[in-house]
Design a protein around this ligand. Structure first.
Ligand code: PSV
Ligand code: MN
Ligand code: MN
Length: 389
């Protein structure tokens, strides 16, 4: 156990988690967006708030941007601001879901002029990557249809493949195109990238710089997500996670809140494959909205939940697990996993943080820092982020 603990601490020291800029603005559902005092008024303040999370956790050094939500005149200045705050710019998310032209599709649209507009938006995003030092272009394709017969399923795939190819051709050598899937919403009959298989097929056709993004909220209830993780890791195509949790649909709740055991099972596959290392090519991102809870503490809690699931996965006695599996010892093998899952890892994580000069409890440290009160006093008219933006 001591060796496992020491080895776990060594790996945990290298873990990083990327935060979404949109988690710091006001968010809501299509029914209501609640506003919170002190929310950021612009992308610069979103980055400053993300930096607060990094300051107390030490493991959240990057911030994903969403374009055009985070559009600024000078992206070099935004990147410098991030650096001054001790963080950097992570994935650049494109946005194909808030434009009237895309009602019947964007990259899949029957009209070549609409497809060209969608491709041009990605060229703009790649320019943002160049200006900010970002390496990941993240595409979630909201295209789909609502009624059988509305459009030709295969033609839409061909048009999508062509549009993606045009975007891919614009990437620089160090860039990646990471492609997300989602089984429903905003369309309800077909989505053009509904599942990991479709995303993977497009990535394989594009080339080595294309990888799949797995958003934990984007599957049918009951889907075995860790199986998908294992499969994508096998073929070197798991590019990133969008972590969140869900009870029903794409709820975007705090990761690990609804089903901490699922998060542990996912991280167990990651650890098994050695995919936690910073050079593994897997970007651990959050994609969440804090509709009713405080935003910075919500992100801190999310980061801590990922750390806890990771620590538990690192405590799995792999030798005992392997030998039980080899012996066909069903309950012994399951027990090896459950022993790790049932371990209280909070003391281990407190030890880790203190050894790095960080607060043992980042959540409490932030609450007592006075930052929230100060932001509420200084900022008036916070920006509405996410769906209503
Ligand atoms: C879509 O549901 C999604 O998961 C994509 O990643 C979007 O870009 C993001 O949510 C916005 O919150
Ligand atoms: Mn997502
Ligand atoms: Mn989503």
């Amino acid at each position: 156990m001591t060796d496992l603990r020491t080895a776990a601490l060594d790996v945990l020291r290298t873990q990083t988690i990327e935060l979404p800029s949109w988690a710091f603005g006001n968010a809501g559902t299509r029914f209501k967006v609640f506003s919170t005092p002190g929310v950021p008024r612009d992308p610069f303040e979103k980055i400053s708030d993300a930096a607060q999370v990094h300051r107390v956790t030490g493991v959240a050094p990057r911030v994903s941007l969403h374009i055009p939500w985070d559009l600024v005149d000078d992206f070099g200045k935004l990147a410098r601001h991030a650096a001054d705050e001790g963080v950097s710019i992570g994935a650049i998310n494109s946005n194909l879901f808030q434009d009237d032209a895309y009602k019947l599709g964007s990259m899949t649209h029957a009209d070549p002029a609409v497809r060209a507009k969608a491709v041009a938006h990605h060229v703009q995003c790649i320019d943002v990557m160049r200006a900010t030092g970002s390496t990941d272009l993240k595409i979630w394709l909201p295209d789909g249809t609502n009624y059988p017969g509305q459009d030709d399923i295969t033609d839409r795939q061909e048009r999508l493949a062509d549009s993606l190819q045009q975007v891919y051709a614009e990437l620089d050598p160090g860039h990646r195109l990471i492609l997300e899937y989602k089984f429903y919403e905003p369309y309800f009959y077909t989505m053009d990238i509904p599942d990991w298989g479709t995303s993977l097929l497009h990535c394989l056709a594009l080339g080595d710089q294309a990888k799949v993004v797995l958003d934990t909220g984007h599957h049918a209830p009951g889907t075995n997500i860790e199986f998908i993780v294992a499969q994508l890791l096998r073929v070197g195509r798991l590019g990133a996670f969008d972590f969140n949790s869900r009870f029903y649909g794409d709820d975007d709740l705090i990761v690990g809140a609804a089903d901490p055991f699922q998060l542990f099972r996912i991280m167990n596959e990651i650890v098994r494959a050695g995919a936690l290392a910073p050079d593994s090519g897997v970007n651990f991102m959050l994609d969440q909205c804090h509709n009713i809870e405080a935003k910075i503490p919500g992100q801190i809690r999310s980061v801590m939940n990922v750390q806890e699931a990771t620590a538990k996965a690192l405590l799995v006695d792999r030798d005992a697990l392997r030998s039980a599996q080899r012996d066909g010892d069903v309950l012994g093998a399951n027990g090896a996993l459950m022993d790790a899952y049932n371990t209280d890892v909070r003391p281990l994580l407190a030890e880790l943080r203190e050894s790095q000069g960080l607060p043992a409890d980042p959540y409490r440290a932030y609450l007592s820092s006075g930052h929230a009160e100060q932001a509420a006093a200084e900022r008036v008219g916070g920006q509405q982020a996410s769906w209503g933006a």
